[in-house]
Write a protein that binds this ligand. Structure first.
Ligand SMILES: *[C@@H]1O[C@H](CO)[C@@H](O)[C@H](O)[C@H]1NC(C)=O
Ligand SMILES: *[C@@H]1O[C@H](CO)[C@@H](O)[C@H](O)[C@H]1NC(C)=O
Ligand SMILES: *[C@@H]1O[C@H](CO)[C@@H](O)[C@H](O)[C@H]1NC(C)=O
Ligand SMILES: *[C@@H]1O[C@H](CO)[C@@H](O)[C@H](O)[C@H]1NC(C)=O
Ligand SMILES: *[C@@H]1O[C@H](CO)[C@@H](O)[C@H](O)[C@H]1NC(C)=O
Length: 447
């Protein structure tokens, strides 16, 4: 648990950062907006509306030659016919739109109310300095038409919400139905996200949703899973809890990162379930719900989320075989480890063999807390679990990953032998174990 004092300090720091950055950005936008209205000023950002224009099929085929080689003519036919609506054109959405267009998708609609800000250039796919202050959707259309002039890129510089959902996604009238084949949710506000996903569910529109890229930095943990199975993603977690209340439990693929939070990394405090339900203090939201806090975002991460989404859409619509790996399926091994721990209880004279650690806890302790190795030897084979301190109950903070030989040694010397931990192990090992316990305590807030 985080003490309330450090909580206050953290909030104060955040508030200060939010205000400072907010003012700078607001000023920037204000000045740019003023200049934007002055169409005769040459060095101010101006929104030039570009139009798509015909292009020779031969050149299109050449431009897309590598994707044709990969996905085949049939696959590319399907890709090119897609009609994708991207809601949210920021760090994730700009990459999704860009890569879909570059990959040959010919009809895209991009919806976003916001403007390009200076501080978003760390993660945007195409924006440059002269786009700052202009609508994100116009910026994307103009740049993307320079890449694929034949594409039909519709933009809506509006906030998507459930009241205008129908007209923004399909079109104002029956005649101009966009006929979407795919919706991409790159919204960072919890309420709006939940509304969009509900809308897609009710209208049977295929959708893929982006989790939160803030505070993440480990590219190896990016994952695509059903909404019911995301981990370590506070945004996806809040969305899941709220969708559940609307009876929507599954069938929404989400790109997220399973990277664990760490006190030494950029962080956000976890929200309590109460807060999620109240919905008033969204940790990922702001001014009228948008960006109350400035989130620490490493610019590369939203981009990777966006590329992951674009890859998922292109391969799945092209019928390219994709089969995400469903986790490390080592439940037999985990079960053996659990049995060995239960057996130890009786070997050390505990009559009650029931243990406060479940099968699901074993991969967590083994892979996540102990990084798949013994803190005693660093060995990563023939691993099992052992109670550590004989004077304390077995618990998540009194169980250590070790090899089978180390477990026997530990039982003979410490658990049954009565020797002190400090007589048996070096200070280095004692410190390493203490550190793992502290880490488990910290992680447990998020589980
Ligand atoms: C508008 O742009 C001009 C350059 O064209 C710049 O000198 C001026 O400071 C800008 N106006 C404001 C209010 O920032
Ligand atoms: C607009 O720009 C022109 C030329 O740069 C300048 O003369 C004029 O004062 C500007 N108008 C406003 C309202 O800033
Ligand atoms: C920067 O963006 C502007 C507006 O979209 C565009 O006109 C300009 O060519 C871009 N500059 C470069 C170097 O790409
Ligand atoms: C990715 O998600 C699946 C499903 O939740 C999970 O089984 C797997 O362990 C995850 N992979 C990583 C690297 O976290
Ligand atoms: C295990 O690895 C840690 C660093 O991760 C190192 O400090 C320690 O000395 C290693 N222990 C052994 C027995 O190799």
């Amino acid at each position: 648990m985080t003490s309330s004092r450090s909580h206050d300090i953290w909030l104060t720091v955040l508030a200060t950062v939010a205000v400072t950055v907010g003012v700078v950005e607001a000023y920037h936008r204000y000045t740019n907006k003023n200049n934007l209205t002055n169409t005769s000023s040459s060095s101010s950002p101006q929104v030039k509306i570009k139009k798509s224009r015909p292009h020779s099929e031969e050149l299109i085929r050449e431009q897309l030659a590598r994707n044709y080689a990969f996905l085949s003519d049939e696959g590319m036919d399907k890709v090119r016919k897609q009609r994708v609506v991207v809601v949210g054109a920021g760090g994730v959405g700009s990459w999704v739109a860009t890569m879909l267009i570059r990959s040959g998708v010919e009809n895209i609609k991009i919806i976003d109310f916001d403007q390009v800000s200076l501080s978003s250039l760390n993660r945007h796919a195409v924006a440059n300095l002269s786009d700052v202050g202009t609508p994100k959707v116009e910026c994307l259309r103009n740049h993307l038409l320079e890449i694929c002039p034949w594409a039909n890129i519709e933009v809506k510089n509006q906030l998507w919400n459930k009241d205008n959902a129908q007209s923004l996604i399909y079109g104002e009238s029956d005649q101009e139905d966009f006929k979407p084949t795919y919706i991409v949710d790159c919204i960072d506000n919890i309420d709006t996200k939940v509304d969009l996903l509900t809308f897609c569910y009710e209208n049977k529109l295929p959708v893929i949703s982006s989790g939160g890229a803030a505070c993440k930095s480990d590219p190896t943990r990016i994952n695509i899973s059903d909404i019911s199975k995301t981990e370590e993603d506070p945004l996806a977690r809040s969305v899941r809890i709220r969708l559940k209340k609307r009876g929507i439990l599954t069938n929404i693929p989400v790109v997220f990162s399973a990277e664990k939070p760490d006190p030494n990394k950029a962080q956000l405090l976890p929200l309590s379930n109460d807060e999620i339900e109240k919905g008033s203090v969204d940790q990922l939201a702001a001014l009228q719900n948008f960006r109350v806090r400035i989130l620490p975002v490493l610019g590369t991460m939203p981009g990777m989320f966006g590329l992951t989404i674009a890859t998922y859409i292109i391969t799945s619509v092209a019928g390219y075989p994709i089969e995400p790996i469903e986790g490390k399926n080592r439940y037999k091994i985990y079960d053996g480890i659990l049995q060995s721990l239960a057996g130890q209880q009786s070997r050390i004279g505990q009559l009650d063999q029931r243990i406060p650690i479940s099968l699901n806890d074993v991969p967590y302790v083994l892979e996540e807390v102990y990084r798949g190795k013994s803190p005693i030897s660093n060995y990563s084979t023939r691993l099992t679990l052992s109670r550590w301190d004989p004077n304390q109950e077995l618990s998540m903070q009194n169980v250590v990953v070790m090899t089978k030989d180390e477990q026997k040694f530990h039982e003979d010397n410490v658990l049954n032998g009565g020797k002190l931990l400090s007589d048996v192990y070096s200070q280095d090992i004692l410190d390493r174990v203490a550190q793992r316990f502290a880490e488990e305590k910290y992680y447990s807030q998020f589980r």
